[in-house]
Design a protein around this ligand. Structure first.
Ligand SMILES: Cc1cc2nc3c(=O)[nH]c(=O)nc-3n(C[C@H](O)[C@H](O)[C@H](O)COP(=O)(O)OP(=O)(O)OC[C@H]3O[C@@H](n4cnc5c(N)ncnc54)[C@H](O)[C@@H]3O)c2cc1C
Length: 460
């Protein structure tokens, strides 16, 4: 079997998520003819959208937030010509709601120097005593100190420390944890602060505290995720003579004369190529390897990575629930609320909100009725006027393996993009990006693998 335009592909990319599509499009930009193989009938992987048949609304498989510091992601969207489908805040501003409806906003005021703006933002952080606000500065100082040291080894030392112990060592109060650090860490790391590695919280805080006003801005797509990047990437690839094949599951990798030389598909076909970028989650990668290769410590370590779920509920009402585009729910059963009006286009009936819970192991087991009940309880508690709104429709999405669990000690299990097998490159949000498992990590890894392929051929 052959690749795009009836010829043998110059590179194969396995997996059509952010990692695979960013790798494939960077290669195509440099004139490499790629064959992209995706097992499912659609692209997008863990970040995709579809039209909900009951409401006609475009829904994502869970609300995705972007940050101004997602530099590789913005470069990828620029390549596709779809960067204008992402809306970034002018400056960081995160509302938090208390039971009863009081809103306080964590914002960075516009001051000439970013560190003054950060200082002012932290010193005005709502709901904390002066002493606790001064305590926040200790974390900011530690992040700055850590970044001066800036050696990966320093971050590795923190891999054995949980986020909550690290915050305790920096004298943070229970209230500062509850109102700021824990919601931030849980959302960014998709793991409970007691279990999550501090080594992965540090880069998040580094961007927030040191990344400049542009880097800390939050962004949301104005369209569904599939329209933001997956469909434009397929179009980009096909327009450059590459091929995107759906329902094409890779069953195994082909190894010849000590290098990866192509793939076997589950329909029995064999596709040779000089380079293969595998951009699938760790479990699926291990299934593709021969037992001999899978037993190499480089690969076998990956089997110890655990996963963590995210549960989202979309609710459509007859009237508006809140004007806030997003908000943290302090002490809520759900962690965040997003107002659908402000987000994904595609119209749709009614006024929608999405509630999100990260590291949602308990919610994964809960019944549909109990999740709807918990969502309505929260809305009634945090937005009392919502008691008068009529619920028209609800949709629950349980992503059981939303990301790898960023547990204490997990950094050491994440593999590098270059593997011991020549010709085989690994991409994906779970590889050794030094970041939590995010879109930006996925795209960084995809771009890095594409550069490896180009560099090995002397065309980078
Ligand atoms: C509900 C939810 C909310 C999230 N929120 C955020 C957020 O707010 N911000 C953020 O930055 N990140 C967020 N993330 C994480 C983000 O979605 C992921 O980091 C990113 O999508 C991972 O992309 P990837 O390409 O590495 O992997 P994937 O998207 O998993 O892509 C892998 C692809 O490989 C395919 N595949 C697997 N096996 C094979 C095979 N044998 N042959 C061929 N193809 C195969 C799969 O079908 C899949 O399409 C969220 C994730 C979820 C689930």
């Amino acid at each position: 079997m052959q690749g795009g335009a009836g010829r043998t592909p110059e590179a194969i990319v396995v997996g059509g998520g952010f990692a695979g599509l960013s790798a494939a499009t960077l290669l195509a930009e440099h004139g490499v003819r790629v064959l992209l193989l995706e097992a499912r009938p659609y692209l997008g992987g863990r970040a995709r959208s579809w039209v909900d048949p009951q409401t006609g609304s475009t829904v994502d498989n869970g609300q995705h937030l972007f940050l101004g510091c997602y530099r590789d992601t913005l470069r990828f969207l620029d390549r596709l010509g779809s960067a204008d489908r992402l809306s970034l805040q002018p400056r960081l501003s995160v509302p938090f709601v208390e039971p009863g409806g009081a809103v306080s906003i964590f914002a960075l005021p516009p001051l000439p120097v970013f560190s003054w703006s950060l200082l002012a933002g932290l010193m005005r952080f709502p709901g904390l005593a002066l002493r606790e606000r001064l305590g926040l500065l200790r974390v900011a100082r530690e992040v700055r100190r850590g970044s001066r040291r800036a050696s990966p080894a320093a971050a590795d030392e923190l891999d054995d420390v949980s986020v909550s112990s690290w915050l305790r060592a920096l004298g943070q109060s229970a209230r500062a944890d509850e109102r700021l650090w824990h919601p931030l860490a849980t959302a960014a790391l998709n793991e409970h602060p007691e279990r999550a590695s501090a080594a992965l919280f540090l880069p998040v805080l580094r961007e927030l505290f040191l990344g400049g006003a542009g880097g800390s801005r939050l962004g949301v797509p104005l369209v569904g995720l599939t329209d933001l990047y997956a469909d434009p990437a397929a179009h980009y690839l096909r327009a450059r003579g590459s091929e995107v094949r759906l329902r094409a599951q890779v069953r195994g990798l082909m190894f010849e004369r000590g290098r990866c030389a192509g793939v076997f598909l589950s329909d029995g076909a064999r596709v040779p190529a000089p380079d293969v970028i595998v951009a699938v989650p760790p479990g699926e990668l291990l299934e593709m390897l021969t037992p001999e290769v899978a037993s190499e410590p480089f690969f076998s370590r990956c089997s110890r990575l655990e996963t963590s779920p995210i549960v989202s509920i979309y609710l459509w009402f007859g009237s508006a629930i809140t004007d806030l585009p997003l908000a943290g729910l302090i002490g809520g059963q759900w962690q965040w609320i997003f107002s659908r009006r402000a987000f994904a286009g595609g119209g749709g009936a009614g006024f929608g909100v999405t509630l999100v819970q990260s590291a949602a192991r308990i919610f994964v087991e809960a019944s549909r009725d109990s999740l709807v009940r918990r969502a309505l309880d929260d809305l009634h508690r945090f937005f009392p006027a919502s008691r008068r709104a009529t619920l028209r429709h609800s949709l629950i999405i349980k992503e059981k393996r939303a990301s790898i669990a960023t547990l204490v000690g997990s950094q050491a299990l994440r593999p590098t993009w270059r593997t011991p097998q020549p010709g085989l490159h690994l991409a994906g949000d779970w590889t050794a990006t030094g970041l939590p498992a995010t879109i930006e990590g996925a795209v960084i890894s995809g771009h890095a693998c594409a550069r490896q392929v180009l560099g090995d051929r002397g065309s980078a």
